[in-house]
Design a binder for this molecule. Structure first.
Ligand code: NDP
Length: 329
């Protein structure tokens, strides 16, 4: 029998946790022949402990052949011991009257603690996907506190934004999702993101030939950027199943390779496109297998595209400046 893949999940008792754990346990990420070991980092409060206990009972009841082991722990270093795949989902939600800077600060201590524990305990080739918001800057904080790990072990989730962009194009053109390639989302997982279809194709035809500019500017861009808010308005809760699904897409492609396809990941910038080195920015990458990826280079921007990229990057730079005192040695 294969050695179980070690997956760690902080924030397992929330909405996304409730969706992702069943898919991880069933082999949706690593396939039906790969057993998995799940370590769930719970918070020491009776409500979430009880909720997590119930989730674990349900996982047991699924009798997934791929779920080899499962445990709940409270110590981050124990949770990340030998971890190969880590989904950092738990985060402090934005409370009433809380400014974005307060949210960044509140989350900084969570992601500092988790970065340090990953540094100490995780596999040296660990793949860490930050989902908890503000995810780009949380990933930035986490990798700064993990100096013995390659920053390329850390990424943040913008795959949901990319999936939303693909879904909108599919609906507009009435073409299947699988015929759409090359959509990319740049920048921050916030309303400032830049969903870019200049290189996208739909069944081999340039997307820009199939949709007009007015639709792109006036409908597509705001719809993709504010989709999270629209979901909250519609169902009274934030996106959870779609976020869990995107997290699985992200990690599966990152580890297995994207088969030459361009996918969107928020990764530490290498300075390409003038994006300041180190900030965790949504970018087009090709995953080359075994957890490696390459940022797609030599992309030409339209003037409007460049302005959108600059705007979202400026927001990320501002966030990195806000947390700078918190990551100083
Ligand atoms: P929930 O509120 O349902 O769950 C949040 C989880 O975070 C719970 O497990 C909660 O633990 C934990 N948590 C809350 N406060 C803290 C804290 N101070 N320290 C550590 N853990 C904490 O949220 P969701 O599962 O719906 O979403 C999780 C995160 O993912 C959010 O930050 C959300 O904004 C983000 N998100 C990101 C997306 C992306 O595309 N990048 C898309 C959708 C969501 P407890 O049970 O003990 O309260």
């Amino acid at each position: 029998m294969k050695h179980p893949a070690r997956i760690a999940v902080p924030g397992p008792a929330g909405q996304i946790g409730y969706s992702i754990l069943f898919r991880l346990a069933s082999g949706a990420m690593l396939g039906p022949d790969q057993p998995v070991s799940l370590t769930l980092l719970e918070r020491p409060n009776p409500t979430s402990s009880a909720a997590l206990k119930g989730v674990m009972m349900e996982l047991d009841d699924c009798a997934f052949p791929t779920l080899a082991e499962m445990k709940a722990v409270r110590d981050p270093a124990e949770a990340f011991d030998g971890a190969e795949y880590v989904f950092l989902i738990g985060a402090r939600p934005r409370g009433p009257g809380m400014e974005r800077a307060d949210l960044l600060e509140a989350n900084a201590s969570i992601f500092e603690t988790q970065g340090r524990a990953l540094n100490e305990a995780a596999s040296r080739n660990v793949k860490v996907l930050v989902v908890g918001n503000p995810c780009n800057t949380n990933a930035y904080i986490a990798y700064h506190h993990a100096p013995n790990l390659d920053p390329k072990c850390f990424s943040a989730m913008m795959r949901l934004d990319a999936n939303r962009a693909v879904a909108q194009l599919a609906e507009k053109t009435q073409k299947p999702v699988c015929s759409i390639q090359g959509v990319r989302v740049w920048g921050n997982h916030s309303n400032s993101m830049y969903p870019d279809i200049t290189a996208a194709t739909i069944a081999g035809t340039a997307a820009t030939e199939l949709v007009d500019e007015a639709w792109y500017n006036d409908y597509f861009l705001p719809t993709v950027a504010t989709r999270g808010g629209a979901i909250i308005k519609a169902r009274g809760k934030s996106s959870a199943a779609s976020a869990a699904s995107a997290a699985i897409d992200h990690m599966r492609d990152w580890w297995n390779g994207s088969d030459g396809r361009v996918v969107t990941m928020a990764v530490p910038s290498d300075g390409s496109y003038g994006i300041p080195e180190g900030i965790v920015c949504g970018m087009p990458v090709i995953c080359t297998g075994n957890g490696n990826y390459e940022i797609v280079k030599d992309i030409e921007f339209t003037a409007a595209g460049r302005a959108r990229l600059d705007k979202t990057v400026a927001e990320l730079v501002k966030e990195s400046e806000t947390v700078a005192p918190l990551i100083a040695e």
